[in-house]
Design a protein around this ligand. Sequence first.
Ligand code: SF4
Length: 339
Amino acid sequence: MAKKASGELLKQTKKTGKTGLAKAAKSKPAVAKPATAKTVKIAVDELAKKAPKVTVKSASKTTTEQAKQSKSDKANSGKSGKASVRTTAKNTQGTPQSVGSGKEKNKTLRSAGAGKEKQGAAAVMEKNVQLVSKNTAAEVMRLLCKTYPDAQCELTFKNDFELLIAVILSAQTTDVQVNKVTPKLFEKFPTARALAEADIEDVKEIVKPTGYYNNKAKIIQACAQSLVTNFGSKVPNNLDELVRLPGVGRKTANVVLGVIHKIPGWAVDTHVQRLSKRLGFTTNEDPLKIEVDLQNLFPNSDWSLYGITLIFHGRRLCFARNPDCPNCPVNHLCPSSLV
Ligand code: SF4
């Protein structure tokens, strides 16, 4: 019986993969290949690529809002006016766009005015920060850990399988939103096998509130199918095997390893990327390079805790568009501080 079910699953796995891809091919010709881990990862990348579009629009809007805010602050308070001047000086320190020729300055201003690049005060300050020393970085993290002593993964889950699927679903949405759908998802499909054999339309319906639900449903089902066929329905406990799963990159793998197995790692998500740059921990844009910089900057034993602490700070104070620098516990050490 089990063998038969397994045989059917294998057939279904192959069939589902091809069907899923055939559908995907209608909208994304570039991924019209068998539903391998690689192709599903391409789909995840495509999800990620959508983010900058949103950011550009928001950054442009934010620039206008910040300009209004700055004007209002200056009108109401001489102190705010000074802060604004200091900010400009800090943000332009040592940067080619700002300290270079007038031509370069004009180019920067034109870009900011047009709002066509990823601009806005927040984006600018991420680009222009200077690296801090190891001692400063350690002090920043000490203060942030003190500020968020309860920092931990905010996704709800009962086991490694649920955490893995929840992390995949968390792309381009909030943990709060994911936590709203996962109880129903895991009640209906409590195991990798159940999810692997599920009717994809049922999965789509459940994960719909998390956004990009067509792709997400396909990805988590492909992941579950790979768990069943390649890993005996068990979630691997090492990075190399985890990243072989459809929809699982280093970030997701490091979350699972850190939370479930207490294996230190940096889960470089959008918050860690942004904060690492603002705080002067890295000047890189590429998540893998940022991960290496962070590994070199902090002791191995602190990686997971520091990662989740940065995420907490990013969600509570150091927002992407309007960081709350006046209330930030590390504003005296942060090279991007607006105060
Ligand atoms: S001072 Fe704090 S809130 Fe402001 S950019 Fe730095 S870390 Fe973020």
